[in-house]
Design a protein around this ligand. Structure first.
Ligand SMILES: Cc1cc2nc3c(=O)[nH]c(=O)nc-3n(C[C@H](O)[C@H](O)[C@H](O)COP(=O)(O)OP(=O)(O)OC[C@H]3O[C@@H](n4cnc5c(N)ncnc54)[C@H](O)[C@@H]3O)c2cc1C
Length: 461
């Protein structure tokens, strides 16, 4: 049966709106653009109808409507992970942003549209923290569905390793409480397999007893410290699991609005998040200080509530693309090539990011999940802001930058991919048997393949 939602008329809209508490928007209506646009401005969703859900029943109504009309169905929280525009029905979860913390059990209940910032703020008064990432503005649920590599990752593992319960509307419009006991397959797939199996209305997640970290960044001029990436890599082999770190390198244009010490230079920024005693953190970082003249130093002891300051990423919506590889080795030549790829002669502005993995990330959680490639030791991402007409050159630049790493790559991470992936690329995020299992679970719960996750795992068969 063909989708009928493309011909959305006033009657259909009214029928759907009558079933939801949250508003419903169609193209041209006031509020439509506001609810379809998120952080990623490249290729936004173009739905025939948007449900701005306020509660699980709204989600059920939207799913039921999509199933009845055989329409593609997409979900958007913050829109940071948007990969390709979806048509049909879009559920915007931004209004479902409740967070409840139980400090006694160290558990948080997080609704579908809550950002990590909201969870961090709710947990902080109890000296607790979630396993959030570099940017607190991203959606906690979307991040966790994709695995989630955060600032405490080497100490505690993936965010997906710390999920207790998931409330999910499956494509039959049923609201299920999914746990390891109630539905082991779905519970396994949802933690790492992304938004391919239903629409999550909320999750119960573990919090960890981290009130403060030693964190921030050291900035170096790559011209004065050309081996900084390699030196960081050597250093990562010496640090304990409490130390999670990363490094990015990019060439800043010579523009007056940029901070003076960074302007017009290729800069390497080493990002530090140490979940242990302040003195130990300082001592561990000490060897990095001698890598070259430090342009800027933001390292300090900070409350976890300020953890966004570690990477200090831009918070204005913009257009961007990125690719990544997970590798089990990084040789000096590969690092020199990557440094060059982010240099001033790159065809487009390119940010190379390396994250140190291992530690708790490498260990299976108590209840196994679909997260792929726990054996990877580094994640390598290449990211570029995209101006109109630059899509092709950005794609080529990223492909060329990652090509030398192919021999050491074990796959890719879906969370760190911003842009469409081929079927084979999505498959490469998982072990082959896990991918096959994911496609079977998808077939069981979404046989018609209506859900348009940002990275699609197709139903088997
Ligand atoms: C600046 C920046 C920093 C980042 N840092 C990190 C990091 O440190 N670690 C890390 O692991 N990732 C990181 N990410 C990636 C981020 O976790 C993902 O892009 C995540 O999907 C973004 O969440 P969102 O809600 O904003 O995305 P959205 O674009 O709203 O959602 C992404 C996808 O998630 C799925 N989804 C969302 N909500 C639901 C739901 N309720 N039910 C079912 N499926 C759903 C959908 O498939 C949707 O397309 C970062 C991204 C950015 C832009």
């Amino acid at each position: 049966m063909a989708s009928t939602v493309g011909r959305m008329d006033t009657m259909m809209q009214k029928r759907l709106a009558a079933r939801t508490r949250g508003p419903v928007y169609v193209p041209g209506a006031e509020g439509y653009d506001e609810h379809r646009l998120g952080f990623q401005l490249l290729d936004p969703h173009r739905p025939s109808v948007i449900v701005a859900a306020t509660e699980a029943r709204d989600v059920q109504a939207a799913v039921e409507f999509a199933a009845e009309t055989r329409s593609p169905l997409a979900v958007q929280a913050g829109g940071h992970g948007l990969a390709a525009p979806a048509e049909g029905v879009l559920i915007n979860t931004r209004r479902m942003s409740a967070v409840r913390v139980d400090p006694r059990t160290r558990v948080a209940w997080v609704e579908a549209g809550a950002t990590w910032r909201q969870v961090i703020e709710a947990a902080a008064p109890y000296g607790l923290a979630p396993l959030s990432g570099s940017f607190p503005g991203v959606g906690a649920i979307s991040y966790t569905l994709g695995g989630g590599v955060g600032l405490l990752a080497r100490r505690y593992g993936f965010a997906a390793d710390h999920v207790r319960r998931i409330d999910l509307v499956t494509l039959d419009a049923r609201l299920r409480q999914v746990t390891a006991g109630s539905d082991p397959d779905l519970f396994w797939a949802l933690r790492g397999g992304g938004g391919n199996f239903g629409v999550v209305t909320g999750m119960e997640i573990d919090l960890v007893p981290v009130a403060r970290i030693y964190g921030g960044s050291l900035f170096f001029d790559v011209e004065q410290a050309p081996d900084v990436l390699d030196a960081w890599r050597h250093w990562t082999a010496t640090v304990p699991e409490e130390m999670t770190s990363a490094v990015t390198t990019l060439s800043y244009p010579d523009l007056p609005m940029l901070p003076e010490p960074l302007r017009g230079r290729q800069v390497a920024q080493i990002q530090i998040s140490y979940a242990g005693p302040l003195k130990d953190g300082r001592d561990l970082v000490e060897p990095l200080r001698s890598l070259g003249p430090i342009l800027r130093d933001t390292l300090r002891e900070l409350p976890y509530a300020e953890s966004g300051a570690v990477f200090d990423e831009p918070d204005e919506p913009h257009a961007y693309r990125s690719r990544n590889l997970l590798v089990n080795d990084l040789g000096p030549q590969a690092l020199a090539d990557l440094t060059k790829a982010a240099g001033p002669s790159a065809p487009v502005m390119t940010v190379v990011g390396l994250r140190h993995l291992g530690g708790a990330l490498a260990r299976e959680p108590r209840t196994a999940n679909a997260v792929g490639h726990r054996d990877a030791t580094y994640a390598v991402t290449v990211l570029s802001p995209v101006q109109a007409g630059e899509d092709e050159v950005v794609r080529e630049t990223h492909r060329d930058a990652l090509a030398p790493l192919a021999a050491d790559a074990v796959g890719c991470s879906l969370n760190f991919t911003f842009g469409p992936l081929s079927g084979d690329e999505v498959r490469s995020a998982f072990a082959p048997a896990d991918y096959a299992r994911l496609t079977r679970i998808r077939a069981r719960h979404d046989p018609h393949g209506l859900l348009r996750a940002n990275h699609v795992i197709p139903p088997a068969g």
